[in-house]
Design a binder for this molecule. Structure first.
Ligand code: FES
Ligand code: FE2
Length: 369
């Protein structure tokens, strides 16, 4: 049962590092709005967030804006440098950029203060009577920005370790899938009535596959499914079945590569999934939209993009299968969120065999909170 409301300490929960003895995190982590405030500051405010793509800022002056929690940022190309700033004018907090585009300066949309692409204030109209005011004293507040292949990440915390430290050896492990060469194909998003962590938990285990995803279960070798936790990320291996399904069964949906591993499923703490296949890749980003809702954004990439994914036979089949799996996941996630609000449930236990990835996520969450 839940602890009494008066005894709640929303900012803290006990957590056991040994999965064999651990209980899952308390239900209030998924249902209490205070947790999201804390997560915005300590999790989303300190980790690398996937915000866009290198093709959006290929040329000097190209920019795009993005939101991380309540923070608005702008990412741009200045010559060959990739830069990121808080999208906040130093005058009275107007926005210096809107949407995306290409400009050689950023002009605030309130009183027109104008900044160079390196953040330096160039011009501020009608400030000559303001004592001691010098434009050269003002520079937009930077954020850390870095790219991995076509993906651009931002970290709001100037003291956070660089993206490369966070990614560890993912670039080497994923090198055989040629992530660097992948080009953007399409995007799809869903708003789901569950806390962002319900969706992430669900992604991090294959334990639910036999029950929730019968058609996926036919494709993969469930016995060989494994999860490898690393410092800030985990990797799931879900090999395809060695033999096709029984006669009359579904045709194989993915074409296995001739050699070795067909796919790698990375999760980057806290909210990014990177699914890499031969010649194809998919990112999933889980964005909190309040404490009981999230937006899940899928973006597909390919080494050989189709002319039009909406009419390409291979892509329509691939997206239809992805949609089928996603619909099954959404249904169970929404039911779980509803039940997490019940007085009848607070914490459960982990399968030490099958929920290593979920336990690893919760231990990182505990560490950051
Ligand atoms: S707030 Fe930007 S110019 Fe006034
Ligand atoms: Fe699933």
């Amino acid at each position: 049962m839940k602890p009494e409301a008066g005894s709640r300490r929303p900012a803290a929960f006990e957590f056991e590092a040994d999965i064999a003895r651990a209980s899952t995190i308390p239900s209030r982590c998924y249902t209490d709005a205070m947790f999201l405030t804390l997560e915005d500051e300590r999790v989303f405010g300190r980790t690398w967030q996937l915000v866009g793509r290198t093709d959006q800022v290929a040329e000097s002056g190209q920019f795009f804006t993005a939101e991380i929690g309540d923070e608005s940022i702008v990412v741009l190309r200045d010559g060959t440098d990739l830069r990121g700033f808080h999208n906040i004018c130093l005058h009275r907090a107007g926005p210096v950029a809107h949407g995306c585009g290409k400009r050689q300066t950023l002009q605030c949309r309130y009183h027109g203060w104008t900044y160079a692409l390196d953040g330096q204030l160039l011009r501020a109209p009608e400030m000559e009577e303001s004592s001691g005011f010098r434009a050269s004293d003002f520079r937009l507040l930077p954020v850390q920005v870095a790219a991995f292949g076509p993906l651009i990440f931002v970290n709001l915390d100037p003291a956070a370790p660089p993206l490369a430290h966070f990614l560890g050896d993912i670039p080497e492990r994923a090198a055989r899938f040629r992530v660097e060469e992948m080009r953007w194909v399409m995007r799809k998003s869903w708003t789901i009535a569950c806390n962002w962590k319900v969706y992430v938990d669900n992604y991090l285990e294959g334990y639910h596959i036999p029950v929730v995803h019968p058609s996926l279960h036919k494709e993969i070798d469930y016995g060989e499914y494994r999860v490898e936790p690393h410092r800030y990320w985990s990797l799931q291996h879900a090999p395809l079945r060695p033999v096709p399904p029984a006669p009359g069964g579904d045709a194989r949906k993915y074409i296995p590569a001739e050699d070795g591993e067909q796919a790698q499923y990375y999760w980057l703490f806290p909210n990014v999934m990177l699914n890499v296949y031969q010649g194809q890749m998919q990112t999933n980003v889980v964005l909190p939209r309040g404490h009981d809702s999230c937006e899940v954004v899928f973006e597909w990439y390919s080494a050989t993009p189709p002319a039009d994914p909406a009419t390409d036979a291979q892509w329509t089949k691939l997206v239809a299968f992805s949609d089928e799996i996603q619909d099954e996941d959404i249904e169970i996630c929404v039911q779980v969120q509803k039940n997490l609000r019940s007085r009848a449930y607070d914490r459960g236990r982990y399968s030490a065999l099958r929920e290593v990835g979920v336990h690893h996520f919760h231990s990182l969450l505990h560490e950051f909170l």
